[in-house]
Design a protein around this ligand. Structure first.
Ligand code: URP
Ligand code: ZN
Ligand code: ZN
Ligand code: ZN
Length: 463
């Protein structure tokens, strides 16, 4: 016996159609009008959309940072993700300086196993690109199902790599079916500005933003694109915040290069003035790159609409305001970077995007699920509703409303960056491989039911 989802409107990145969906053994087996319900459990989806479960390709769970560790681990983080409609994450396994990629990956598997409530893959966040580390890349792709690697152009004296290293890793990845992701900010420039700010007593949270100007992001983005071009490699630019960087991606794509861009919900609805909140509240918004002046938001929305920006990742990286963000009282460089966004990623894009008329339904699906699945080698197992795909489905009620708040969210953290925002559109049911894991406001899944999904090697995709 299977499960029949009846009476909904199925939305994929290419179609919107009224149809029933039959699920057997965790897989979608029929999509059609009025499938007979005999012998099947039924889920009522009338007046609802059926979206493919969200694929969030940018999360940091159970990750050490600046002497502390993220507030959400694989259990709390993935349950919160499920409540928001996300059924797959690709988390960043942190490769620490001096260790091997293989060891770091083992550590990350151990963090997720038995805890993750949704499916997960891994990228690696590379701490140092020694020759031996670079030489591990082919085995990671072939044997481990890890096909993307993030390198840093910022965080000087820590994670930052020089241009030689970036160029070599791009070439190595390009030759091995891997995808390089860059954190594109000019870390040398930022380092000078930060030292000057601290020396003149500018220690409050807003100086985090003022010492990381959008030009530094635009410059690094342009440089990374040129290096990828010379290396003949594809490139994925994570967490794009501003026109300066986004325009570089558009320009490269006009020249036919396989360059892809990701932005995050916080950059669409929060802005620089959040750093000017009273007291130390601005610390809640300390993330890298920082929030920008409001005018950048419209640029980002237009890029999403025109598919010049391809993916909405959460960059979930949660630290409590009390005790953790407070490590940076008196010195903004000590504020752990990041924000809790895994749960509200899809709601933000649905409400401010679809509900307010900035993007259509299929674009919403492309940005929250399909494109990430394609770029990170998970498609068509993940990222769509199609016969043969995993039955990861969100029954989305467009008329349901919620006020986003730390009082009601499921993340294990004491604040919500979107506190007080009213959004329309919420999951009514969330299914992972055919099992209902969220039923209205109840979690009906199990920690540990999430499975590791292997990323297939990169092949250029038209998005
Ligand atoms: O501030 C952020 N984004 N923290 C997470 C690490 C990163 O650079 O993505
Ligand atoms: Zn049947
Ligand atoms: Zn980053
Ligand atoms: Zn990140």
């Amino acid at each position: 016996m299977g499960t029949l989802i009846r009476g909904g409107t199925v939305v994929t990145a290419s179609d919107v159609m009224k149809a029933d969906v039959l699920i057997e053994n965790g897989i979608v087996t029929h999509i059609g009008e009025r499938i007979l319900s005999i012998g099947h459990e039924t889920i009522d989806a009338s007046n609802c959309y059926l979206f493919p479960g969200g694929v969030d390709p940018h999360t940091h769970l159970d990750m050490p940072f600046g002497g502390t560790i993220t507030a959400d681990d694989f259990q709390t983080g993935t349950i919160a993700a499920a409540f928001g409609g996300t059924t797959t994450i690709v988390d960043f396994a942190l490769h620490e300086k001096g260790s091997t990629l293989a060891d770091s990956l083992r550590t990350w598997h151990a963090k997720a196993e038995g805890k993750a409530a949704i499916d997960y893959g891994f990228h690696m966040m590379v701490g140092d690109m020694r020759e031996e580390v670079m030489n591990e890349i082919p085995a990671m792709v072939e044997k481990e199902g890890v096909m993307s690697f993030k390198v840093f152009m910022a965080y000087k004296n820590n994670l930052q790599v020089d241009d030689e290293t970036l160029f070599r890793v791009l070439r190595m990845a390009g030759q091995n079916g891997a995808l390089v992701q860059v954190h594109a900010e000019n870390g040398d420039v930022i380092d000078v500005l930060v030292r000057e700010a601290l020396a003149s007593g500018q220690t409050e949270p807003r100086y985090h933003a003022l010492t990381r100007p959008p030009e530094a992001e635009g410059e690094a983005t342009a440089r990374a694109i040129r290096l990828a071009e010379i290396a003949g490699a594809p490139l994925y630019v994570v967490h794009v915040t501003c026109a300066h960087a986004a325009d570089q991606i558009s320009e490269a794509r006009k020249r036919g290069l396989p360059i892809y861009g990701e932005t995050c919900p916080q950059y669409l609805v929060c802005d620089y003035t959040d750093y000017e909140r009273p007291g130390f509240e601005g610390a809640k918004y300390v993330m890298s790159p920082p929030l920008r002046d409001q005018w950048h938001q419209e640029v980002l929305w237009n890029k999403l609409k025109n598919m010049e920006m391809h993916v909405l990742g959460s960059d979930q990286c949660s630290f409590n305001y009390r005790e953790q963000k407070e490590l940076g009282l008196g010195d903004f460089t000590k504020i752990p970077n990041g924000a809790p966004t895994i749960e509200d990623r899809m709601s933000i894009l649905y409400h401010f995007g679809v509900h307010e008329g900035r993007i259509g339904l299929s674009k919403f699906v492309a940005l929250t699920s399909t494109n990430a699945a394609k770029l990170f080698g998970l498609y068509p197992q993940k990222g769509t509703i199609a016969v043969g795909s995993d039955a990861d489905i969100v029954v989305w009620d467009p008329s349901a409303e919620r006020t986003l708040s730390a009082e009601t969210h499921h993340m294990n953290v004491d604040y919500n960056p979107f506190e007080g925002m009213k959004v329309s559109g919420l999951p009514r049911y969330v299914l992972l491989r055919g099992e209902t894991i969220v039923n209205h406001d109840r979690f009906t899944g199990r920690p540990g039911m999430g499975q590791f999904v292997r990323g297939q090697r990169f092949s250029p995709v038209d998005l």
